[in-house]
Design a protein around this ligand. Structure first.
Ligand code: GRF
Length: 192
């Protein structure tokens, strides 16, 4: 139940590893009436993730699992998600690759945002790779998560021009702005 609107929403966890700007954006989106999700839990693989501060700011439960013992962390997370009745998972800058076993338990209920025009540039350093290849466009993609990295079915994609003045940092900034539009739009597309 959403505290503000009294509407029943899908309980959702966001997984992060870093700054959490997408997390913050998804939390804000979750609070509007038309959002089909509520953010009830934030999971990080490190206590150094700056984004964890949004848990305190928005009064959301947070948990850290270090993934040193991968199977054990995933097992504990699955127990927690069950206990908290979490039905949907958003990965947002989460730097660990979840196992097939874990992903299969949430079939089509785990989505991720990736800062490239997939299927181009799976993995890391997407912006420098796009610039080095003299691409005309960069962008971002929200996709379902499967066991194969950055390869699940696409939900939405948005592109932006790469100019001659762009460097990886400026491009990352531009793409991040797009990401903040795209993630909520993708959630609405598949859950409404
Ligand atoms: C984003 O560019 C996202 O696409 C990528 O990691 C970055 C995370 O940024 N997977 P933030 O932590 O949401 O600010």
């Amino acid at each position: 139940m959403d505290k503000l609107t009294g509407l029943k929403k899908i309980k959702t966890v966001v997984f992060i590893s870093g700054t959490g700007s997408n997390l913050k954006n998804i939390i804000k989106f979750s609070k509007i009436k038309k959002s089909p999700i509520s953010i009830d839990l934030i999971i990080s693989n490190t206590n150094k993730a700056k984004g964890l501060r949004f848990a305190d700011q928005f009064n959301i439960k947070k948990k850290i699992f270090n993934f040193k013992n991968f199977r054990n962390s995933e097992k504990k997370i699955l127990i927690l998600l069950k206990k908290d009745k979490i039905k949907f998972i958003c990965l947002a800058g989460f730097m660990k690759i979840l196992s097939k076993n874990f992903i299969n338990k949430f079939d089509e209920k785990i989505i991720n945002i990736h800062p490239s025009l997939l299927p181009k540039y799976k993995g890391l350093n997407t912006h420098s790779r796009a610039i080095n290849n003299k691409d005309k466009f960069a962008g971002c993609t929200v996709h379902y998560v499967t066991a194969k990295l950055d390869s699940g079915k696409m939900i939405l994609q948005k592109k932006v021009k790469i100019t001659t003045r762009d460097n990886p940092a400026s491009l990352a900034k531009k793409v991040l702005k797009l990401e903040h539009k795209l993630y909520p739009a993708a959630i609405l597309k598949i859950l409404n």
